[in-house]
Design a protein around this ligand. Structure first.
Ligand SMILES: Cc1cc2nc3c(=O)[nH]c(=O)nc-3n(C[C@H](O)[C@H](O)[C@H](O)COP(=O)(O)OP(=O)(O)OC[C@H]3O[C@@H](n4cnc5c(N)ncnc54)[C@H](O)[C@@H]3O)c2cc1C
Length: 485
């Protein structure tokens, strides 16, 4: 089938033929054993320099540890920079008055503020979510790492571990210098995909109970939008009327955007979702990037027909498709949907959040939110909205007064390993609770807690032996406003 669309802009025929190689699972080759040089030894090695990783590294280094951070790109920031994700959620609880998040996430916001690279959405300029400039985040994270004394290895990919029973002995990395090792007392996995824990041979969870994952989205920036241009909701409704004619698929009816910080005619848009992808699989991830760009071209073509959008042009496409969900570790405690929604308190709470459970339908159509106030809302793929109460109360019942949810330290400890912690979107939580704790302001807190805990871990290299009460005290001393227990 060939679609004659888009005035010949596409120089391929649809549906696309296969553009990834077929995996031949049957054949193997033997990799000979070899000795590899140890690039460095340190107290704490952090893998992945996203929101979780930079906070983990900064916290451990500020507590006097020798810290090495390994990042596969040439810059830090993870989804905040590589995927253009530029909205940090509020530091306040559901009452809009009680500060529940401080510490490094707040310090990062202050550093962005000093560069004019952040805008709060609330009229008080303080309590709402923050649009951030993804490019300035790169500068801020460089300063944060270097100022805290973290040693950096950029353009370096973590590839394997050497494991001895319950301990990791070394992490294997690859960069332009080839294959080398990093030896540390404690290893923190902040790869977002639990790469270190998976290479150690541990089981993980992926997606919902039936194995379906939130779809990835490609983000991009457009400029040249007129001040009175049609709003994104109107565009979304318009796009939803037409099935996406490229590739015979339906448009996923999701157009999320944030207005530019420097230029009011610029906008970051996330309007592309690629369903049925395992972003921790090489072939699927390749498929997602390519298909995401075809969707983006389809979308650009439609957007240019909307009032005020006629002269827009593409500023950039994110370095990588934005990944919401891949693997989560199985931890000493697996945070659940119910614990999040009920705001359950734990003796070893190390992070707090108020952002709702937000799950993009794994089929790529629709999105569902569950809030701490008892409400749920589903935006369907035809743009219609359904809502109700998840707590069984009538629609007009008073909202629940849960201030925030809490994440215990045990969610950062992978079962069966003693000298490893995990922070960020791959920590120990079920599919639904990950829908809430995965946002960047929460991942930063998890990172700060993991780095602080790693620094407290004694020479016996056992992350379970630290006292969670002292961990909480140390976090509170670092301006983390943990609720009393
Ligand atoms: C489209 C989209 C929209 C979103 N919207 C929002 C939003 O509005 N607000 C919000 O707060 N959150 C949002 N999120 C969620 C949020 O961006 C992520 O959940 C969050 O960034 C996760 O942080 P992290 O540090 O755990 O992982 P990541 O941000 O994924 O960072 C992981 C880092 O590890 C590196 N890495 C990975 N593997 C390796 C390896 N093997 N070796 C070396 N380095 C490695 C990566 O390059 C990356 O730098 C969104 C996500 C997506 C995809």
């Amino acid at each position: 089938m060939t679609f004659a669309i888009n005035r010949g802009e596409f120089e391929v025929e649809f549906p696309l033929g296969s553009f990834v190689p077929e995996r031949d699972g049957a054949k193997t080759v033997a990799e000979p054993a070899r000795r590899i040089p140890v690039l460095t030894e340190c107290d704490v090695a952090v893998f992945g320099g996203g929101p979780a990783g930079v906070c983990a590294a900064a916290a451990a280094a500020r507590d006097g540890k020798r810290v090495v951070l390994v990042e596969r790109y040439g810059f830090l920031g993870g989804m905040a920079t590589a995927a253009n994700v530029n909205l940090l959620h509020s530091l306040y609880g559901t009452d809009g008055k009680t500060k529940i998040i401080g510490g490094l996430p707040e310090e990062i916001i202050r550093r962005l503020q000093r560069r004019g690279a952040v805008r709060n959405h609330a009229t008080d300029g303080r309590t709402g979510p923050w649009t951030i400039c993804s490019e300035t985040v790169k500068f801020v994270f460089d300063d944060l790492m270097i100022g805290s004394g973290v040693k950096l290895l950029l353009h370096t990919t973590f590839v394997d571990v050497l494991r001895d029973g319950r301990r990791i002995k070394a992490a294997v990395i690859e960069g332009k210098s080839g294959r080398e090792a990093v030896v540390a007392d404690v290893y923190i996995d902040c790869t977002g995909d639990a790469d270190l824990v998976r290479r150690a041979g541990l089981e993980t969870q992926s997606g919902s109970a039936d194995g379906r994952r939130q779809p990835p989205s490609l983000c991009f920036r457009l400029a040249g939008i007129k001040p009175d241009a049609a709003k994104e909701n109107a565009i979304q409704d318009e796009l939803a009327k037409t099935p996406m004619d490229y590739n015979g698929q339906r448009y996923s009816n999701f157009l999320w955007s944030t207005a530019g910080i420097w230029d009011s005619g610029e906008m970051m848009l996330s309007g592309v979702r690629v369903p049925h992808i395992n972003a921790a699989d090489t072939l699927d991830l390749t498929r997602a990037e390519i298909e995401g760009r075809y969707q983006l071209r389809w979308l650009m073509d439609r957007i240019k027909t909307m009032p005020g959008w006629e002269n827009v042009h593409l500023v950039d496409i994110a370095t990588q498709i934005g990944v919401r969900e891949t693997h989560r570790i199985i931890a000493d405690h697996q945070l659940t949907r119910e614990e999040v929604l009920e705001g359950v308190a734990f003796e070893d709470t190390i992070a707090q959040g108020a952002y709702p459970i937000d799950i993009h339908c794994p089929d790529g159509l629709g999105i569902r939110f569950e809030r701490l106030d008892g409400g749920w809302k589903r935006i369907n793929d035809d743009g219609s909205v359904e809502q109700g109460r998840w707590d069984g109360q009538p629609a007009d019942a008073p909202p629940r007064d849960t201030l925030c949810y809490q994440v215990p330290y045990r969610c950062l400890i992978p079962r069966d390993l003693d000298n490893v912690l995990v922070a960020g979107r791959c920590c120990g939580a079920d599919h639904e609770s990950t829908g809430a704790i995965r946002v960047m302001i929460n991942c930063m807190q998890l990172g700060q807690a993991a780095g602080t805990a790693a620094a407290m871990t004694a020479r016996d290299r056992n992350v379970r032996r630290i006292d969670s009460g002292t961990l909480r005290k140390n976090l509170i001393a670092a301006d983390v406003p943990l609720q009393p227990i």
